[in-house]
Write a protein that binds this ligand. Sequence first.
Ligand SMILES: [Zn+2]
Length: 98
Amino acid sequence: MLLLEESAMKHIPLRSCIICRQKFPKDKLLAITRISSGEILVGQHISGRSVYLCSALCAQRLTQRKDNLLHRLLNTSVDSLAIQREVENYFSSLIPTE
Ligand SMILES: [Zn+2]
């Protein structure tokens, strides 16, 4: 089980996707982070309060929710549509165009 040993050696922390709740290595997830100034940054590994999304599908499910999940989790009133647009841009850039 070489793969398992390698990931254990690197000590990559696991984080849960806020939508599907599955755990993944942190570097495989998209981070949405509220930094100390209150700004929300998407897809950057910086310190602050972060939540994580695993896939374009989960990003889509987030946009369909009506409960302002991002606002509650990040304790922010930043326009969630703007955040969602950045999240969508991020995932669409990963998907090969047809
Ligand atoms: Zn997910």
